[in-house]
Design a protein around this ligand. Structure first.
Ligand SMILES: [Fe+2]
Length: 432
C-alpha cells in the first residue's frame, strides 16, 4: 500500500475514534470521614413542601433532648417567627437513629428567601420558597447514591436556577447499612436545605427483614413527605401542588391493584385536580413503564396495565421515572403506542449511583422512543406558562449550560384532549 494512503487511513481511523462518545465508567463511593460533632448540633438538614404556604424542615441530632424548634425570618440572624414541631426515631438491628425532627413552618411568602436555624443553635441555613405563579423550574434526578458521579450531578444541579427538586426514587443506596442514610443526608444537605426536595421511594429504600422489619422504616422516618396533607394513607404515595402544577408521586413498591389503597387514593386525587388552578399535571414513580433499555425490561408492565388508564383519562402531561440507569424520552404515548393525548415518559435514573450505567438497548429503537442514552446527568423542566414548558437533559460530562437533549412541550390542557371528550377510557374517572 502507498505510504500516502496508509497515512490517510490512519488519520480517518483516529478521527472516527476520537469523534465517538466514550461513556464514563462508574466512580468510587465517596468517603465520609467521621468528624466529632456536638450532640445537639443539627445534621442532615433538608426541606420539603408541606402545603402551598408551608415547608417541612427535617434534621437530625444525636441529642435526644434537643428541641424540635425552627426559628426563621427574612433577614439574616433576625428570626421573627418560631415553630415547635415533632420528632421520631427508629432502631435497626444494632443501629439506633438520632432524633429525627420534623417541623412545619409557615405561612410563608412565595418566592422569598428565608433564613432559619434548627433546634435553637448551630449554623444558619437559607431557603427560597417557590413562586406562586409560572414560571417555575424543577430539577429532576433519580438513583443518586453517593459516588463521585453523585457529587458531579449535585454540582450540576447546584449550577442551575431551580425552585423544587423532584426525585423519583433510589436516594441513598443505603441497602440496610443505616450509616449510609446519615452520610447521604450530609452529602445532600447543601442543596436539600436550600430548595424543597420532593421524593418517592425506589427499591433501594426497601429494607425488609422477614418477620422482623417491614419495608420502608428508615425512608419514612427520614424523608417524610406531605402524604397526610394530600389525603394519602401512606408516605409511599402522595401529591402536592406548586405554582400551577399538580404533582402526583406514586409508589412502585406499594400495592397498586384495583382494590388497593393506592388505586383508590389516586383515583380520588386525580378527580380533584382543577386544571384551571393547576394547568400542568406531572406524575413521578420509580419503575418506568416505557423503557427500551435491556435493564429492568418489562418490570413496570403490571403497574402500567392497572394505572395507565387513570393517568390517560386525567390528561397527565409528563411521567418521570428512575430505576434504569440511563436517560430516555418518549413521544406522547398510551397503551404501548404513540398517542397525542397520552403523557410523555422520561426515564432519568442516571443520577450517579455505584452500580454504574445501563448501556444495552433493545433493537430496533421502538417507534415511541425519541432519545435514549446511557450517561450520568440530570434534567430541568421549566414550566413557562399554562401552555408551554421547556425540558432539557444535561450530561455530567458537559458544562452545565450544555443541553444534550431538549424539547418544548405543550400542555394537554390547550391541546383539545380534555377529559371526558371522545375517549372511552376517559370515562373511568366518572365511575363510582
Ligand atoms: Fe431502582
Amino acid at each position: 500500500m502507498e505510504p500516502k494512503l496508509i497515512l490517510i487511513l490512519i488519520l480517518v481511523i483516529s478521527v472516527s475514534v476520537t469523534a465517538d462518545y466514550v461513556r464514563p465508567k462508574p466512580r468510587k463511593a465517596l468517603h465520609f470521614p467521621w468528624k466529632p460533632k456536638a450532640p445537639s448540633l443539627p445534621q442532615q438538614v433538608h426541606i420539603s413542601l408541606s402545603s402551598e404556604k408551608h415547608m417541612r424542615i427535617t434534621w437530625i441530632t444525636d441529642d435526644e433532648y434537643a428541641p424540635s424548634i425552627v426559628q426563621y425570618g427574612t433577614s439574616p440572624g433576625k428570626y421573627t417567627s418560631i415553630t415547635l414541631g415533632g420528632s421520631t426515631s427508629y432502631s435497626y438491628l444494632f443501629y439506633s437513629s438520632g432524633k429525627i425532627h420534623h417541623t412545619v413552618i409557615g405561612p410563608l411568602e412565595h418566592d422569598t428567601i428565608y433564613y432559619y436555624r434548627c433546634g435553637g443553635q448551630g449554623p444558619e441555613f437559607q431557603l427560597k420558597t417557590p413562586p406562586a405563579q409560572f414560571p417555575i423550574t424543577f430539577a429532576v434526578a433519580a438513583d443518586l447514591g453517593q459516588t463521585g458521579w453523585t457529587k458531579s450531578t449535585l454540582d450540576h444541579i447546584d449550577g442551575c436556577n431551580y425552585d423544587v427538586h423532584l426525585l423519583p426514587g433510589d436516594l441513598s443506596y443505603a441497602d440496610y447499612l443505616q450509616r449510609r442514610w446519615d452520610t447521604f443526608g450530609e452529602l445532600v444537605q447543601p442543596l436539600a436545605s436550600a430548595r424543597p426536595w420532593m421524593v418517592t421511594e425506589g427499591n433501594h429504600e426497601q429494607e425488609n427483614i422477614p418477620f422482623f422489619k417491614d419495608g420502608f422504616e428508615s425512608y419514612n422516618s427520614r424523608w417524610t413527605m406531605p402524604y397526610q396533607e394530600s389525603g394519602s394513607p401512606s408516605n409511599l404515595y402522595y401529591s402536592f401542588e406548586v405554582a400551577g402544577v399538580h404533582v402526583v408521586m406514586l409508589g412502585s413498591y406499594a400495592a397498586y391493584d384495583l382494590n388497593s389503597n393506592q388505586y383508590s387514593w389516586l383515583k380520588t386525587d386525580l378527580s380533584r385536580v382543577d386544571r384551571k388552578r393547576t394547568p400542568w399535571l406531572l406524575v413521578l414513580l420509580h419503575v418506568p413503564w416505557y423503557n427500551s433499555n435491556k435493564a429492568h425490561q418489562g418490570e413496570g408492565d403490571r403497574m402500567m396495565e392497572t394505572l395507565e388508564p387513570l393517568l390517560y383519562a386525567a390528561n397527565v402531561d409528563l411521567v418521570f421515572a428512575g430505576h434504569v440507569h440511563a436517560y430516555e424520552r418518549s413521544k406522547r404515548v398510551y397503551n404501548g403506542r404513540s398517542d397525542p393525548c397520552g403523557p410523555i415518559h422520561i426515564t432519568i435514573g442516571d443520577g450517579g449511583n455505584r452500580e454504574g450505567l445501563a448501556t444495552r438497548y433493545n433493537d430496533p429503537q421502538p417507534e415511541w422512543s425519541v432519545f435514549r442514552e446511557a450517561s450520568f446527568g440530570h434534567g430541568e423542566l421549566k414550566i413557562v406558562n399554562l401552555t408551554h414548558a421547556f425540558w432539557s437533559w444535561h450530561r455530567n460530562d458537559d458544562d452545565e449550560p450544555v443541553r444534550s437533549d431538549e424539547v418544548w412541550i405543550t400542555s394537554l390542557v390547550g391541546s383539545g384532549c380534555h377529559a371526558g371528550k371522545g375517549h372511552g377510557q376517559r370515562k373511568i374517572l366518572m365511575e363510582p
